[in-house]
Design a protein around this ligand. Structure first.
Ligand code: URA
Length: 244
């Protein structure tokens, strides 16, 4: 019994240490894990642990500047605007969708079409506004006819999302839809199985839920999204743990 307790304590300690390390080196770890070489020399923020000592050496403006008039993948050809993302640079909560649609491509802003209106309503129902959270996508350019993002497009774009998350250091990420959840979690598991509980995205709590566009087609699923959102709200009510 004593040995089992010791083993458990040691496993817990290791888990806490590894989560802290993940938080401290999110970009470097994610970068090493599987993105292309173009950003190898980008600065790494190893400092920020919590909102209190949030010191990011790379700002969202720096990242947007580095992205520039991006032509790293074929999607640049037909896009009207790059949709970088918008909201608070120190948001506790980041929403990640799939890719800009027609409205977003025309306006250069994420989630401004019909699905976007529903997302705005969800955010309001949480008691906050769009300016208090950060909203972005896996891809920053619209795929033609809103087709699914392709692997080379993700490979070109994901390093920038990783850097954005590193700069913001949110407490919770809400991955909206199968595509965002599966891409961030590197899994093929169905969204219906993933949703409803937190997963770890390199030490950050990640809640997969249904995409607002799916809710427009399947309003019955709003109940589950609301359940997921309530779990997020409960988590954000907790005081941030310093150093984790
Ligand atoms: N759908 C998405 O996934 N992202 C947007 O920005 C708009 C619609």
């Amino acid at each position: 019994m004593r040995d089992e307790l010791l083993e458990l304590t040691s496993a817990l300690k290791n888990q806490i240490i590894s989560e802290k390390e993940s938080r401290n080196g999110l970009y470097s770890k994610l970068y090493i894990k599987g993105t292309s070489g173009a950003l190898a020399s980008a600065p790494v923020n190893a400092a920020a642990n919590s909102k209190v000592d949030h010191i990011s050496s790379v700002t969202l403006e720096d990242i947007e500047k580095e992205l520039g008039d991006c032509k790293r993948c074929k999607l640049h050809d037909k896009r009207h605007h790059i949709v970088f993302g918008e909201g608070s640079p120190i948001a506790d909560l980041v929403f990640v969708g799939e890719a800009p649609g027609r409205d977003e491509d025309m306006q250069g802003k994420p989630f401004v079409g019909r699905a976007g209106q529903l997302l705005t309503d969800i955010i309001k129902a949480m008691g906050v506004g769009r300016k208090d959270v950060y909203i972005c996508n896996i891809l920053k350019c619209r795929p033609p006819e809103n087709r699914n993002p392709e692997p080379d497009e993700i490979a070109a774009c994901e390093p920038f999302l990783i850097k954005q998350l590193e700069a913001i250091q949110p407490r919770v990420i809400c991955a909206m839809g199968k595509f965002a959840a599966q891409t961030l979690l590197k899994t093929g598991t169905a969204i219906s199985t993933l949703r409803g509980r937190f997963h770890s995205y390199h030490g950050i709590k990640l809640m997969p839920t249904y995409h607002p566009a799916y809710l427009l087609r399947n309003p019955g699923a709003k109940k589950q999204v609301w359940q997921d959102v309530q779990i997020i709200m409960e988590e954000l009510k907790q005081k941030p743990k310093s150093g984790v």
